[in-house]
Design a protein around this ligand. Sequence first.
Ligand code: HEM
Ligand code: HEM
Length: 184
Amino acid sequence: MTSLRYDPLTQALHWIIAVAVVTAYAIGLVREDLPKGDFRTWLLTLHMSIGLLVAVLSVVRIGWRVGRTAPAPIAASPALQLAARAGHLALYVALFAVPAVGLLAAWIKGRTVGFFGLPLPSPLAVDKPFAEQLEHLHAFVAHAMLLLAGGHAAIAIVHQFLLKDGTLARMLPFLDPAPNRPAE
Ligand code: HEM
Ligand code: HEM
């Protein structure tokens, strides 16, 4: 019988990456309003480390996902299935695009990026005006990503608890993956 859930590694990576994205986003926003100083600088280092972790874990996730069949999609019209696939694809793209633009912005500004204590000095020429444009682009794609992820989460919750088709249970080890199935 085809499994109704994603496998445990896919589930674990999905939730670890989701928490990392939201944490990186929150740190990015909060530090904007802090006065310049050691704490603000430390938060940027933490922001960059967590952001790079998102990209690294996403490589593992996609490597694991390729060639593996996802559970059969929930019954829906072809248009809705296509919309769900397009939304997931956009989220996968954002998992790389947001950290990549952040990394470029930091390097082109001349910053040494840290990955949990491992220094990654800039291999690129410094160009502060271009770096500032990239910072704006980074902020824009990060906001767009969080909007998309918020919509994605809301849709999953509506499916699980209003339409009762077990969508959220596909990504969790608990909850009923087939609440609409007829009683045996
Ligand atoms: C999923 C990953 C990431 C998310 C969601 C994210 C999100 C954000 C957000 C919301 C801001 C504040 C933008 C603003 O309001 O102006 C920000 C700023 C920034 N982020 Fe990221 N970011 C991520 C990854 C990274 C990575 C990997 C790097 C670099 C290695 C990076 C470097 C920066 C820099 C340099 C800034 C600007 C700091 C400043 O204005 O001084 N980010 N990020
Ligand atoms: C930044 C946060 C998030 C990102 C980047 C993200 C990304 C993704 C991606 C790319 C998939 C497709 C998996 C595949 O088929 O390969 C997926 C599936 C899923 N996600 Fe998320 N997600 C996030 C947050 C959430 C949250 C907060 C929830 C629930 C409240 C959620 C619920 C689900 C569910 C139920 C699925 C399976 C959908 C299906 O089988 O059609 N996700 N997610």
